[in-house]
Ligand binder design. Sequence first.
Ligand code: ADE
Length: 227
Amino acid sequence: MHIDILTVLPELLESPLRHSILKRAQEKGLLSVKIHQLRKWAVNEYGQVDDYQYGGGAGMVIMCEPLAKAIEELSAAAPYDEIIYLTPDGERFSQKMANALSLKQRLLLICGHYKGIDQRIRDHLVTREISIGDYVLSGGELPAAVLVDAVGRLLPGVLNDETSALTDSYQDNLLAPPVYTRPADFRGWKVPDVLLSGDPKKIEEWRYEQALIRTKQKRPDLLKEEE
Ligand code: ADE
């Protein structure tokens, strides 16, 4: 999968992509991510990409021209499956959406800033708008990093058996069961016996039961979604 990201703050995105699983995915050639400075397509020599909003009001708006030029130039190499604008008024991001996006070949992510981007780009060039939650961040960079992480780790071959996504919370609409490691007894706080039993069937059943209990207690809405 290839992901291009358009931003005025590339530094905010670089570090999350350079570590851990995303680093490994890129080294293995399963994922390539390229961050593009939007100012490369600025409207003048001062690097301007934003302007005051029509109708008045505080906050700058990212202009049509730099975005349209950037999108058109980047699309010329090969068309995108989705051109995604990260915005608090977008469709709420979920594991289901991450699963679906992980099947795509090429994505373009647009990070807004200030008051956002000119509506005409959203109307004519963006194919999908995504929010990572009901709160407002200063820009789309952290949401883009969240999306790349959630999607990148699902690409076939990125995770091994030990880190398999199949047992993650939210796959199957269930939260993940509790996990324990050595020692079996810490200050008298004991690991459940079943996990020490060596009986894989019993362990599997226990984990499923615990996942159900945890979901009922913490996120009963997930079980309702299932029905
Ligand atoms: N930009 C600012 N806040 C955001 C959010 N919650 N999700 C996606 N993009 C955003």
